[in-house]
Design a protein around this ligand. Structure first.
Ligand code: 5GP
Ligand code: ZN
Length: 158
């Protein structure tokens, strides 16, 4: 017999799956069966930890949240301030953004600035970067900005 928590977790995961599928149907223009299968083959509906965080299924320290964007502390911080800014919509990387995503990017940078201000590092500044693909060391295949601050950053990066 499954516990109440297990059932509730399963229900929330299932609900999140449907929300992503229906959201993608509208946002990505998946009009044809071929479009849908390509989109599925790209791994868009595989379990994604940052979708989980955005949907509240995976615990994290949320620093900012609105209808399109979520920011939360990195689990392995590389600086006194290190948080990630993600779109709620599953986008694999910066190379998968679309022409109409300009407003989304602006909203992500605005969220980064607001959190930096709240954490007291807006005037000292921050390094904002995004890893794309294997050479950059992208590990989580959900587009995210790293925001690092609270100490001087070296250059060139490693
Ligand atoms: P990437 O290498 O893909 O650019 O960065 C992924 C980042 O996500 C890493 O800095 C890693 O520490 C962070 N990360 C991975 N899994 C989790 C998680 O479950 N929760 C949080 N808060 N951060 C995570
Ligand atoms: Zn995702």
């Amino acid at each position: 017999m499954r516990s109440h928590e297990e059932l509730e977790g399963g229900f929330r995961a299932g609900w999140g799956w449907w929300r992503r599928a229906v959201g993608a149907w509208r946002m990505e223009g998946l009009g044809s069966l071929e479009g849908i299968s390509t989109w599925l083959e790209e791994g868009n509906m595989e379990d994604c930890v940052f979708c989980g965080i955005a949907e509240g299924r995976v615990p994290s320290e949320i620093l900012y949240s609105d209808e399109r964007v979520v920011a939360f502390r990195d689990i392995e911080p590389q600086a006194p301030v290190h948080f990630l800014v993600v779109p709620r919509r599953h986008v694999e990387s910066a190379f998968h953004l679309k022409g109409e995503d300009g407003d989304l990017l602006a909203a992500m940078f605005a969220a980064a600035r607001q959190v930096c201000s709240e954490l007291g590092v807006e005037s000292s500044g921050a390094r904002i970067l995004t890893n794309v693909g294997p050479d950059a060391g992208q590990v989580v295949m959900h587009f995210h900005l790293h925001v690092l601050g609270g100490r001087p950053m070296g250059w060139p990066p490693g």
